[in-house]
Design a protein around this ligand. Structure first.
Ligand code: G3I
Length: 404
């Protein structure tokens, strides 16, 4: 643990548990979806850079903002606001489902489109829980996005994966999975996280690629292959490369930003059908190494490649903050405020999604619990579905964002 503390950034530490699980191998219609995707890819999109606001840490105004939900404030600026949800929660908790419909314009399944849910056996697919969420989205006029086709994480892979997949069958399984899953929602989905978290600097490769089973079996071209296969199955979905650890002014995040940029440049240079970068933005309450200008420069470089940007999984850990709820909420809100003020100034940013909507359902309860056992409060709604200061901060950020 001491080793980790001195050699990894806070965000890497947060993910340590996931990484230790690594395999030993080292109301959207078809027409609506297609129109949307084409809008995002419009090459005449105005990418001029507005001036940066200075960071406003602990210096924000939380005056009453009225009742307008986040989705409406975002939409007023040409942005999409949404959240990751779990099917069991939406289907069993009416209060939560109502909050989702009230605040969100888009949902993404937190679990249900991962291999461990979709692939009960190597030869079968179970779209039940994901389709339930898709239908919920359609019934309530919400956009639907997909997460994630290719990810190394053992916690998101079926138990059979390690013993069944090998050098001989990996390519076919990879192609079949992407084709079948993308085809299932063809023309009806906003976007796909095609490849998730493929950069990991500590693995020591010169291009920063993570040592994953797919890299070992298929070689470095696996990322290009995944995007090409997805584009064939659904030419209208926005195809996204998604990653974390890109946010802070630390050597680790700086190295990762550079490696992600090089990866995106390589993919664009070889004509890979990639349309956007997904920045997860799992932020850390109490982390002061935030440099708005550096983050902004990174976004500009991504935009200059002709890519859109989605903030795909934003939340703020509070397990290093004091137990006092008011102080904690204030710090968490300040992190949202500073981060969103910075990223929303970049017009290539087209969507913001929280990883969860209410503190009642957040992965951080399990992955970043507080040592004093107090419930964590990383999201815009509390565990009673009440709006918090984080909601105010997000509202404020959308209100102040430039129009897309
Ligand atoms: O499968 C059981 C389920 O049957 C049961 O109802 C539930 C009760 O707690 O537990 C389920 O297992 C959980 C599993 O997700 C569901 O597949 C595990 O406890 C849990 O550790 C696991 O974690 C998820 C993780 O991805 C792996 O899929 C997190 O909730 C989810 O938030 C996290 O999401 C990732 C993104 O995909 C990628 N970016 C980072 C983000 C946070 O790690």
């Amino acid at each position: 643990m001491n080793y980790l503390r001195s050699h990894t950034s806070a965000s890497e530490r947060l993910f340590t548990r996931r990484q230790t699980l690594l395999l030993g191998l080292g109301g959207l219609t078809g027409l609506g979806a297609s129109t949307l995707a084409h809008q995002f890819m419009n090459p005449s999109f105005n990418l001029t850079q507005p001036t940066l606001n200075p960071p406003t840490l602990n210096n924000f105004n939380f005056a009453s903002l009225g009742n307008t939900p986040l989705r409406q404030r975002a939409a007023n600026k040409g942005l999409i606001y949404g959240a990751a949800v779990r099917q069991y929660a939406v289907s069993s908790d009416t209060q939560f489902a109502q909050a989702v419909v009230r605040e969100c314009a888009m949902i993404v399944p937190e679990w249900e489109l991962k291999w461990n849910f979709l692939r009960p056996t190597p030869s079968t697919f179970d779209f039940g829980p994901a389709d339930w969420l898709f239908n919920f989205a359609q019934t309530n006029g919400l956009l639907f996005r997909g997460h994630t086709l290719i990810w190394h994480e053992v916690g998101a892979l079926p138990q059979w994966f390690g013993s069944v997949v090998n050098f001989r069958n990996a390519r076919q399984l990879f192609l079949d999975h992407i084709t079948t899953v993308v085809n299932h929602y063809r023309g009806r989905i906003h976007s796909w996280d095609v490849v998730n978290e493929a950069i990991h600097i500590p693995d020591g490769r010169s291009n920063g690629l993570r040592n994953t089973p797919w890299l070992n079996w298929l070689g470095e071209d696996y990322i290009n292959l995944a995007f090409r296969t997805a584009a064939q199955a659904d030419p209208n979905a926005m195809l996204v490369y998604n990653d974390y650890g890109l946010d802070y002014d630390t050597p680790q995040d700086e190295a990762k930003r550079n490696a992600v940029l090089r990866l995106l440049e390589r993919l664009k240079a070889q004509g890979t059908p990639i349309h956007a970068l997904g920045i997860q933005a799992h932020l850390i309450g109490g982390e002061t190494r935030f440099n708005a200008q550096k983050l902004r420069n990174f976004l500009t470089e991504v935009a200059n490649l002709g890519l859109k940007i989605l903030i795909t999984e934003i939340d703020v850990t509070d397990n290093q903050l004091p137990i006092n709820i008011q102080a904690r909420d204030q710090t968490v809100a300040g992190v949202y405020q500073d981060y969103l003020a910075t990223v929303l100034n970049e017009r290539a940013v087209v969507a913001v999604l929280n990883w969860g909507l209410s503190d009642r359902y957040t992965w951080l309860t399990e992955f970043a619990a507080r040592s004093d056992q107090a419930p964590v409060r990383p999201l815009p709604l509390d565990d009673q579905m009440q709006r918090k200061l984080a909601w105010n901060a997000m509202s404020n950020a959308f209100n102040n964002a430039p129009l897309r």
